[in-house]
Structure formats: C-alpha cells, structure tokens
Design a protein around this ligand. Structure first.
Ligand code: NDP
Ligand code: PYC
Length: 340
C-alpha cells in the first residue's frame, strides 16, 4: 500500500468543524462560552483560507491552556465609562469573549453617539483580527481594530526587537456587495506565516527578517531561533506598529508587547496584551450615503485597473468552502479528532 502524502486533503462542513473545535476547547479547559467564541473565529479563518490563524493554531491554544498561562474560563467585566467609551477587563482570558460581552452595548453607543470605543485589557489574542471587525460592517457600521502581540519585530532604525507583529483591521459597508475589509500585520510577515514557511522548509523573500546576529536572512527558522522580523515598509510600517502599541496597550491598560514574561509557562503562546476597537455609525456622516460612496470608490479603483480588493480572496475562499466544505489536510483533521 502506498503512503498517504502529507498534502492529502479532507473537506468538512463549517458547522461540523466549528463543533469539533468547540469540543477541543472544552476538553482542554475552557468554558462553553469561550469555546464557542474561539471555535467560531478559528473555523471562520480556516473556511476563508486565512491559514496562519486557522486550525494551524489549535495546538498552540491547547498547549497554552495546559500551561496555565491563560484563563479559559474567565468571565470578562464590562465597565461603561462614558457615552462613547467602554472598557473590558478580560480577566486574563481571551479577547474574543471580551468583545462578545461588550458588543451589544458598543453598537448601541456607536449608534447613539456616532462613535464608540471598546478598550479591552488583560486579554489574549491569538487569532486573525478581521472576524472582530467584519460583522460590524455587515450591520452598516465602520470598524477599526488594533491588537498588539509579542516582541519579535525590530523598530525601523533600531537594533533589537521590541514591537509585536501588531495587526490593524478595518471594515466598512459597501453598497450592494460584501463589506470592504483589510487585515494586516504591521510586520513584513505575520509570525504565523514564518512558522508555516519554516515547517515547509521554504525560504522567505528578502526584507522579512534578521537572524540572531541582526543579519538579514531569508531562512524562517533563523528568524524563529533568536532572530526577529522587520516592520513592513520601513519607517512607515514601524510608525503604524508604534501606533498599535499606543492604542492597544497604553490606552487600554494592557501590556506592551515586551511587558509580559511567559517563561514560567512552557507551552504558552498567546500574547497577554490589549485590543482597541473603534466603531463609527456612518449614517451620521455628511450626506448619509457612506455605503454608496464606498461602492463608488471601489468602481473607480477597478476602472484604473485594480484586479483584486483586499478581502476578496477570503470571500472567494468562503464561497468555495460553502460549496465543497472547508479544506484541511487529512493529517490536520486526524490531529483535531484526536485532540477532541
Ligand atoms: P496578508 O499580508 O496576507 O494580507 C493583508 C491584507 O491585504 C488582507 O486584507 C489581504 O486580503 C490583502 N491583500 C493581500 N494581498 C493582496 C493583493 N495582492 N491585493 C490586494 N489586497 C491584498 O496578511 P498578514 O500576513 O499581514 O496577516 C495575516 C493575519 O495574521 C491577519 O488576519 C492578522 O490579523 C493576523 N495577525 C494576528 C496577530 C495577533 O496578534 N492576533 C498578529 C499578527 C497578525 P485577503 O484577506 O483577501 O487576502
Ligand atoms: O501571526 O504574528 C502572528 C501572531 C501573533 C499572535 C497571534 N498571531
């Protein structure tokens, strides 16, 4: 009998994948509510082909829970600070349940004040950020979110890593079509993608990272073994990464990317930081035609030759997953089943 190739794929219905992930989270120490939020996020990433934060992350979640670094049963505490400002103490748990706990009040505030801020601290975010913002745009709102991660990025012009990979996600409604969404690390590559490249034994493009001596390298393993990433776009990405530290940590009361010490928790992978979400109600905007104006912008971009909008690849993958099921490797599916 010939051996099955590592790349053999399986397809699984989205709801089934979500239920499987939920069982894994509960089995490894989360409450049902936390399992539900994390499973939905992770299954959505896998469904949309966002592989750096799909099922690839599950062993990291499990080892983190086992290490006692994160509280999988934390109950977030929401505080109503001002007409447009909410604070959530995630109590050392994950950020997604903290957002879920405050979401209804956040939307209510954004609709009444025109804008509202949700500041989450004492939280762990180990996921893609677009699932946190896209649903607001589905409801006709504009949303921007930032989260800081763990020290692994050298600020432009510096000699040592300090910033996290610090993503920025944005979502806006667009008339007659899917919301406009982008979600990007402010590092030249997400840490997850460096890990995936290292596993596959692939070399990276130039300009992604440095080795432990600070020398440029294309070897992802050297970046992971004491090396570091660079910001995207030199000083410009570096400034955005700095902004993320300010908004996600200084403003929320969360840790900066270098402020937590997980060395006593072997297996811990989730950054213990903060997250900021800003929601705007565009019905308050001049002319009240924001979604139509969004569509006009997209049309103009296309008329000058744009072939692909940010978010478009994910929407395509989502459609494909709806038809044929979510794609995983057979190996990944077997690993998930054994963890559940
Ligand atoms: P990518 O560089 O793959 O993509 C960034 C954005 O650009 C996406 O919106 C993508 O759309 C869009 N895009 C990509 N290529 C093109 C193109 N050719 N034309 C137009 N648009 C394009 O993402 P990153 O690697 O920077 O980040 C990956 C994920 O990692 C994100 O979800 C991020 O939130 C997550 N992350 C999470 C962290 C955390 O602490 N929780 C830390 C760092 C990263 P599309 O999605 O359709 O491909
Ligand atoms: O891919 O850079 C990353 C990342 C950090 C924390 C979660 N994802």
């Amino acid at each position: 009998m010939s051996a099955r190739p590592d790349t053999a794929v399986a397809h699984i219905a989205f709801a089934e994948l979500q239920a499987l992930l939920q069982r894994i989270f509960i089995r490894h120490g989360t409450s049902e509510a936390v399992a539900c939020a994390l499973a939905f996020n992770c299954a959505s990433a896998q469904r949309d082909g966002a592989h750096s934060h799909g099922v690839f992350r599950i062993p990291g979640y499990v080892s983190t829970l086992a290490s006692g670094w994160v509280d999988g049963k934390a109950v977030p505490e929401v505080t109503d600070i001002a007409s447009g400002y909410l604070r959530v103490d995630a109590k050392g748990g994950f950020a997604q349940p903290a957002l879920a706990a405050a979401r209804e009040l956040l939307v209510e505030k954004a609709r009444s004040a025109g804008i509202a801020v949700l500041a989450i601290h004492n939280s762990h975010h180990f996921a893609a950020l677009w699932p946190d913002v896209e649903p607001f745009a589905d409801e006709g709102l504009v949303a921007l979110s930032v989260v800081n991660s763990m020290t692994c990025v050298v600020p432009h012009g510096a000699r040592q890593p300090l910033f996290g990979t610090n993503p920025i996600a944005f979502a806006a409604p667009c008339a007659g079509t899917d919301p406009i969404v982008f979600d990007m690390a402010t590092s030249a590559m997400a840490h997850g993608d460096v890990q995936i490249a290292a596993r596959k034994g692939e070399q990276l493009p130039d300009g992604i990272g440095v080795d432990s001596q600070g020398e440029p390298t294309r070897d992802p393993q050297k970046i992971l073994d004491g090396g570091a990433l660079l910001p995207f776009g030199g000083h410009k990405g570096s400034a955005l990464s700095m902004m993320v530290e300010l908004l996600a940590a200084a403003l929320t009361g969360g840790n900066f990317s270098w402020e937590f010490d997980w060395s006593q928790h072997p297996g811990a992978k989730t950054p213990w930081t903060g997250q900021l979400i800003i929601v705007i109600d565009p019905s308050k905007a001049e002319g009240g035609r924001f979604a139509e104006r969004s569509y006009e912008l997209v049309r103009q971009m296309q008329s000058v030759g744009l072939q692909r909008m940010p978010g478009e690849r994910r929407y395509r993958e989502r459609e494909l997953s709806a038809r044929q099921g979510v794609t995983l490797t057979v190996q990944e599916l077997e690993q998930l089943q054994s963890m559940a």
